[in-house]
Design a protein around this ligand. Structure first.
Ligand SMILES: NC(=O)C1=CN([C@@H]2O[C@H](COP(=O)(O)OP(=O)(O)OC[C@H]3O[C@@H](n4cnc5c(N)ncnc54)[C@H](O)[C@@H]3O)[C@@H](O)[C@H]2O)C=CC1
Ligand SMILES: O=C(O)CCC(=O)C(=O)O
Length: 547
C-alpha cells in the first residue's frame, strides 16, 4: 500500500459509514483489486438488487463502480502533482464526474389546431462540460422527466469519452406523445423549445449541440436549426452546427441517418471475430448464420437489422410497442419497414411471422444476439434469467438494469454496453458539427486529387515493372472495385468507414481495460472505466475551482 493510499483509507474511514455487508456487496461485480476505498454512495446501495431502480441512480451506480476500479490510477495521476490531500482532490473530481451540472425545465403554452391552449413541459440537462460543446439528443415521449434526461445526459458524457468524441454530455426531451399532435403543432412545439433554450443561453454551436433521439429525426432537427438561424444565430456563420442530424440541404451529413446502426454492426463484427471471447460465451466466431431479435424497429433497430442481415445474420424476431413478430425462418427488415410504412407505422398484421403478445415476450425467444433498441430498463432482475441470447447489443440507452447485469454475467452473456456500442450516432453527429464549422463537405476538396494520385500510382507501378522486367507489354489497370470507388467516392463512404474504424478502436480500448483490470465479461464496467479515465484526466489537467 502506497503512502497516499494509506492516507486515503484513513480519511475514508473517518468520513464514511463503517463497511457493512451491504456496502461490500456494492463493490464491483467481478473486480479483484487490492485497494477499494472509494465508497459507493449510501443512497445507491440497493441499486444492484432493485428490480426497478431510478434511471439516473442506475447510471451513477455504474459510474461509481468504475471509480472504484480506477482508484489506483487516479491516485497515481494525482501523486505526480504533490497535493496536500490527494484523496479530497480525487473525491472532488469523482463527484463532478457523477453529478449533473444543471437541468433546465421549461413549460410553455401552445395553441392547438382546435384553438384550445395547452402547457408543454420540456427539459434540457447539461451533465458535464469538461469538453465543449456538450452534445446529446432530444426525445419526444410521455416518459420524459428530469430524472430521465439527467440519466441520459450522463450516459452522453460517458459515451462521448468512451468513443473519443471530444464533447461533454447533455440530453433533452419534451413530454408529449407526438402521435397526438398535427405536423403544424409539432413544428410550433419544436421551434418554441429551441427558442426557449436559446433565450437561456443553453444551446449554441460552442455551448450545447442538439441531435436526434426517440421520436425525433431530420424533420425536427431541421426545424430547430432553422429556429436558431432565424433568431440568435442569424449573424453567426457557424449557426448550422447548433444541431446535428439535419436534412442534407440544411447542412446535414450523408450517413448520419443510419450511423447508429452502422456503428453497432461494426462493433458486432469486431467482437464476434474474437475467438477467445466467443469461446467463453459459447458462440462460434463470425456473424454469418447468427440469429438475432431486435426490440424497437425505429431508426436504430431498423438500420442495425438491415446491416446485420446484409452481413449474413438472420433476424428471427422484432418486438414493437404494439405487438411482437417471431419467425425462425427469418424476417426481412426492408419488407417489414415497407409494411409498417403502409400500415400507419404499426407492424401489426405483418404476414411474414407469428404475432406475439405481450410484445416483450419475443425478447425471450431463442436467438444468438438480442438487440434492445427502444427504451430504458427493459432487461431487469426479474426477467434477465429468461434471456436465451448469448450476446446483447444495447442500441437503446440504459436498457439493462444493474440487477440484470449481475444475472447476465453469472450466465456468461456478453453485453456490448450502450455507451460503447451505440456511439456511432453521436460520432457521425460530431462529423456533422465539423462539416458545419468547416463549411465544406467531407471529400469535396480531395476526391479529384485522390483519383489523380491513384492513376499516377498505377502508372508508376506499370513503368517500374516494365523497367525491372525489361518488358514493354505490361499493363497495370484499375480493378472495377477501385474504379467504382473512385467514381462514386462520396461523403457517405468517408463517414461510414471512419465510423467503423472508430468503433473498432474504442472496442480495443474497452477490451484492454477489461484485461488490465481483470473484469472478465463485464464490458459495461470496462467501457465506463475507459470513459472515466479520460474525463478524470481532462478535469485534473484543466484545474478545479477548489481551494
Ligand atoms: N437515434 C439515434 O441516433 C440514437 C438513439 N439511441 C437510443 O436508441 C433508442 C431508440 O432510438 P431511435 O431508434 O432513434 O428512436 P425511434 O423513435 O426512431 O424508434 C424507437 C422505436 O421503438 C419502438 N418502441 C418504443 N417503445 C417500445 C417498447 N416498449 N417496446 C417495443 N418497441 C418500442 C417505437 O415504436 C419505435 O419504432 C433510444 O433509447 C435512443 O436513446 C442511441 C444512440 C443514438
Ligand atoms: O447525435 C446526437 O447528438 C444524439 C446522440 C444521442 O442522443 C445518443 O447517442 O444517445
Amino acid at each position: 500500500m502506497t503512502f497516499l493510499t494509506a492516507l486515503k483509507r484513513a480519511a475514508n474511514l473517518r468520513k464514511c459509514m463503517p463497511v457493512t455487508p451491504l456496502r461490500l456487496f456494492a463493490r464491483p461485480i467481478s473486480v479483484s483489486s487490492s485497494s477499494l476505498f472509494h465508497m459507493i454512495p449510501e443512497e445507491l446501495e440497493s441499486i444492484p438488487t432493485d428490480s426497478d431502480p431510478q434511471f439516473s441512480d442506475m447510471v451513477k451506480y455504474n459510474f461509481h463502480l468504475s471509480a472504484q476500479v480506477l482508484e489506483d490510477f487516479f491516485l497515481e495521476k494525482l501523486s505526480q502533482r504533490k497535493y496536500k490531500d490527494p484523496n479530497a482532490r480525487m473525491e472532488a473530481i469523482i463527484n463532478i464526474m457523477s453529478s449533473c451540472q444543471s437541468c433546465l425545465r421549461i413549460d410553455f403554452p401552445i395553441k392547438r389546431d382546435n384553438s384550445q391552449y395547452e402547457m408543454i413541459t420540456s427539459y434540457r440537462a447539461h451533465h458535464c462540460s469538461h469538453r465543449t460543446p456538450m452534445k446529446g439528443g432530444v426525445r419526444y415521449s410521455l416518459d420524459v422527466d428530469a430524472d430521465e434526461v439527467e440519466a441520459l445526459a450522463a450516459l452522453m458524457t460517458y459515451k462521448n469519452a468512451c468513443a473519443n468524441v471530444p464533447f461533454g454530455g447533455s440530453k433533452g426531451g419534451i413530454r408529449i406523445d407526438p402521435t397526438c399532435y398535427s405536423k403544424t403543432e409539432l413544428q410550433t412545439i419544436t421551434r418554441r423549445f429551441l427558442i426557449e433554450l436559446t433565450k437561456h443561453n443553453y444551446v449554441g454551436p460552442a455551448i450545447d449541440c442538439i441531435g436526434p433521439d426517440m421520436n425525433t429525426g431530420p424533420r425536427e432537427m431541421g426545424w430547430m436549426a432553422d429556429a436558431y438561424l432565424k433568431t440568435l444565430g442569424f449573424q453567426n456563420v457557424d449557426s448550422a452546427a447548433v444541431v446535428s442530424g439535419k436534412p442534407l440541404h440544411l447542412g446535414g451529413l450523408r450517413g448520419r441517418l443510419s450511423a447508429t446502426g452502422r456503428g453497432m454492426y461494426a462493433a458486432a463484427e469486431f467482437f464476434l471475430e474474437d475467438e477467445e471471447l466467443m469461446k467463453k460465451i459459447g458462440l462460434t466466431p463470425g456473424l454469418k448464420g447468427k440469429t438475432f431479435i431486435v426490440q424497437g424497429f425505429g431508426n436504430v433497430g431498423y438500420h442495425v437489422s438491415r446491416y446485420l442481415v446484409r452481413g449474413g445474420a438472420k433476424c428471427v424476431g422484432v418486438s414493437e410497442k404494439d405487438v411482437g413478430i417471431y419467425n425462425p425462418d427469418g424476417i426481412e427488415p426492408e419488407k417489414l419497414e415497407e409494411y409498417r410504412e403502409s400500415n400507419k407505422r404499426s407492424v401489426k398484421g405483418f404476414p411474414g411471422g407469428k404475432e406475439v403478445e405481450p410484445s416483450i415476450n419475443v425478447l425471450f425467444e431463442q436467438c444468438d444476439i438480442l438487440i434492445p433498441s427502444a427504451t430504458e430498463k427493459i432487461i431487469t432482475a426479474d426477467n434477465a434469467k429468461a434471456v436465451k441470447a448469448k450476446m446483447i447489443i444495447e442500441g437503446a440507452n440504459g436498457p439493462t438494469t444493474p440487477g440484470a447485469d449481475k444475472i447476465l454475467l453469472e450466465n456468461n452473456v456478453l453485453v456490448l454496453p450502450d455507451i460503447y456500442v451505440n456511439a456511432g450516432g453521436v460520432t457521425a453527429s460530431y462529423y456533422e458539427w465539423l462539416k458545419n464549422i468547416n463549411h465544406v463537405s467531407f471529400g469535396k476538396l480531395s476526391f479529384g486529387n485522390e483519383k489523380e494520385i491513384a492513376e499516377l500510382l498505377l502508372q508508376s507501378v506499370e513503368e517500374s515493372m516494365k523497367k525491372e522486367l525489361n518488358k514493354d507489354d505490361i499493363k497495370v489497370i484499375m480493378t472495377k472495385k477501385l474504379s467504382n470507388r473512385m467514381q462514386e467516392n462520396s461523403e457517405k463512404d468517408i463517414v461510414l468507414s471512419s465510423l467503423a474504424h472508430n468503433i473498432r478502436k474504442s472496442g480495443k480500448e474497452v477490451l484492454q481495460m477489461a484485461k488490465d483490470h481483470d473484469l472478465g465479461l463485464n464490458l459495461r464496467l470496462a467501457a465506463y472505466c475507459n470513459a472515466t479515465s479520460k474525463i478524470f484526466e481532462t478535469y485534473e489537467n484543466a484545474g478545479l475551482a477548489i481551494t
